[in-house]
Design a protein around this ligand. Structure first.
Ligand code: PMP
Length: 359
């Protein structure tokens, strides 16, 4: 890991915030230039949040079994993706490897950080192309030099926008092929029956697993993402993040949600039941060519003319995502599984859709 890190990050003296310096008990806090007054009726709104989100990480350990020493909380997993690039990739020199079609933000963050993107596409049936990846990585090893190399490889499982999860054995194969940092984005993990990559951390110290409370935990507004990795990588991610990256109201919301784990499990069962129902119902529609099997809370659906269907739904107040421009996703829409009522509305509108309208 050390030799993959950017030198400036390895040598960083992290910002030391007031609350980091002090660990004991006190009654008078005059250390952080806060304002003692309360204008919003929330007693602690005037205080900076816990930079390490300690209570939240303890709850994640208790509820999800994620060891506290191996987690860092991000402002959504998006922040963690960006921070990983900033830790490891020297702008204008190093690169990342993506397996498209995949989550679009990886490329955007790479572009923002002036980090080159290499790709090894998934196969047309959305599997990881192990022979293609092996070949790419062999070649990359020959080409790398002090002016740059592939530092990070992103695997999204279940994958956005295709919806399929990869077997843990395949992810393990990738970890053993790649000598950089493998990032497994498990944003949609809860919806899948496949095993998590977290258990691979023991044998693969250069693995980072990302989770989020935005999906199964229904807390997209709070912006709470989780990176799980070796203590060494976690120490680096903690050292370079914005000190107060997740506000107290978000940490509180996350704690509250984690205390409702039983309800969340019930909610998850509802989504899975709707997923089964929607897979059948969507497949029966005239305008639908293929419903790709999903391990997530959305479907990739191939229709005759995606743009026409997208606009038709938009005119009727229903927004889906047109993913037609993604590799292997010609005429595909990505449709989130909503409430039963929302799904019924979608089905009703789609069943009235006439293909001749396409023209
Ligand atoms: N990873 C994947 C695969 C996603 O689809 C998303 C959001 N759509 C994210 C990460 C970001 O999630 P958040 O920042 O809300 O944690």
């Amino acid at each position: 890991m050390r030799e993959l890190l950017r030198e400036n990050i390895a040598n960083l003296t992290p910002y030391s915030c007031a609350r980091n310096d002090f660990t004991g008990e006190a009654e008078v806090f005059l250390d952080a230039n806060e304002n003692w007054q309360d204008f919003v009726g929330k007693p602690d709104a005037n205080r900076y949040p816990d930079p390490l989100a300690t209570q939240l990480r303890k709850a994640l350990q208790d509820v999800l079994g994620l060891a506290m020493s191996k987690t860092v909380i991000g402002n959504g997993s998006d922040e963690l993706i960006d921070n990983l690039m900033r830790c490891f990739c020297r702008p204008g020199k190093d690169s990342v490897l993506l397996l498209p079609p995949t989550y679009g933000a990886y490329r955007v963050f790479a572009d923002i950080n002036d980090v080159t993107v290499h790709t090894v596409p998934l196969t047309p049936s959305f599997a990881i192309d192990i022979p293609g990846l092996t070949k790419f990585l062999e070649q990359e090893k020959l080409n790398r030099n002090e002016n740059g190399r592939v530092k990070l490889l992103f695997i999204c499982s279940p994958n956005n926008p295709t919806g399929n999860a990869f077997d843990r054995s395949v992810i393990e194969q990738v970890c053993s092929l790649f000598d950089g940092i493998t990032v497994v984005d498990e944003a949609y993990y809860d919806f899948s029956n496949k095993e998590s990559a977290v258990s691979l951390l023991e044998n693969y110290p250069n693995l980072v697993v990302l989770r989020t409370l935005s999906k199964c935990w229904a807390l997209a507004s709070a912006r709470v993402g989780i990176a799980i990795a070796s203590e060494e990588i976690i120490a680096v991610l903690r050292s370079m993040k914005y000190p107060y990256n997740v506000g107290s109201p978000s940490q509180d919301l996350a704690l509250h949600a984690l205390s409702q784990a039983h309800q969340v499990q019930k909610g998850l069962a509802l989504i899975k039941a709707e997923r089964e129902r929607m897979e059948r119902a969507l497949s029966q529609l005239d305008c639908v060519r293929t419903v790709f099997p999903s391990d997530a809370n959305f479907f990739l659906v191939r229709v005759g003319n995606a743009l026409a269907v997208y606009r038709y739904l938009l005119d009727r107040g229903i927004i889906v995502r047109n993913r037609s421009k993604e590799l292997h996703c010609e005429n595909c829409l990505r449709i989130t599984i909503g409430s039963r009522e929302e799904n019924d509305r979608l089905l009703a509108e789609l069943s009235s859709y006439k293909e001749e309208q396409d023209a």
